[in-house]
Design a protein around this ligand. Structure first.
Ligand code: IPE
Ligand code: IPE
Ligand code: MG
Length: 247
């Protein structure tokens, strides 16, 4: 587990390798609120604010693709009150994101089954995607009602449909071909996955895509995770040796 950085032991930001694709599992909002004797919803609000800060920062340092895990296929099992609070928060933040990220030249895409959301939220999601479609800066993938397993099931189904329609043959299925049926089609695999909150697991995030991603865990709750900590993740990443099965 990683703790806050020791100053002066690692190279400066300028010397860092910037990963093309970073994934972040935003975790620890509930514990952050609990520490402060606040309702979990207050933690989610603080987490949403931090999402804007870190997204802007990632774009500033030159990350090309940022995938943020905001709501998993398993998160529906939380108490109804928490789920509905999160839905309200998503609506508020998507409206703000419209203004915010437009100025930053960020293209926003959604990964996950958005058909499960209210028609109002779905309309907002489409609005954000369409409004930012022409942006040429960082691509922000927002994983909402996302699960790695659900994504693979969806890919298998879509491929089977294409076989049924005579457009594909079973033998056409390769690793590259399967990747084209994922939400992240056409994007590079994540190089670095960051998980704050102290947990050391994927929780169904980018299962296929993270085959060779570097993982960095932080013992810091997401609302407390600062641009400085993001730098620390970049430093750790820069010191990792990636072998991809080679020697
Ligand atoms: C992450 O924070 C936000 C979502 C999963 C929506 P949590 O709500 O999981 O916070 P903890 O893990 O309970 O502290
Ligand atoms: C993962 O966090 C999902 C998101 C951050 C959206 P969880 O808090 O749901 O994961 P577990 O339950 O600790 O594995
Ligand atoms: Mg959690």
């Amino acid at each position: 587990m990683l703790f806050r950085k020791k100053k002066g032991t690692l190279p400066k930001t300028e010397e860092l390798k910037i990963p093309a694709h970073v994934g972040i599992i935003m975790d620890g909002n509930g514990r952050w609120a609990k520490q402060r004797r606040l309702p979990r919803s207050a933690g989610h609000k603080a987490g949403a604010n931090n999402f804007r800060t870190i997204t802007r920062y990632a774009s500033k340092v030159g990350v090309k693709y940022l995938t943020i895990y905001a709501f998993s296929t398993e998160n529906w099992s939380r108490p109804a009150e928490e789920v509905s609070g999160l839905m309200t928060l998503f609506k508020e933040y998507l409206e703000e994101a419209l203004r915010d990220f437009m100025e930053e030249n960020i293209r926003v895409r959604f990964i996950g089954d958005i058909s499960a959301f209210s028609p109002e939220l779905q309309a907002l999601i489409h609005e954000v995607e369409e409004a930012s479609a022409g942006k040429t800066g960082m691509v922000l993938n927002l994983a909402m009602n996302y699960g790695g397993r659900a994504e693979l099931v969806r890919a298998a189904r879509r491929f089977a449909e294409d076989v049924k329609a005579g457009e594909k043959a079973p033998a056409d299925l390769s690793e590259e071909e399967l990747s084209r049926y994922l939400y992240t089609a056409g994007q590079p695999d994540p190089d670095l996955i960051i998980r704050p909150s102290g947990e050391q697991r994927l929780s169904n995030f980018l299962l296929w895509q993270s085959a060779y991603a570097e993982f960095v865990y932080f013992d810091i709750l997401w609302p407390d995770f600062r641009p400085d900590d993001f730098d620390e993740a970049l430093r750790i990443y820069s010191h990792r040796q990636r072998r991809f099965g080679n020697v």
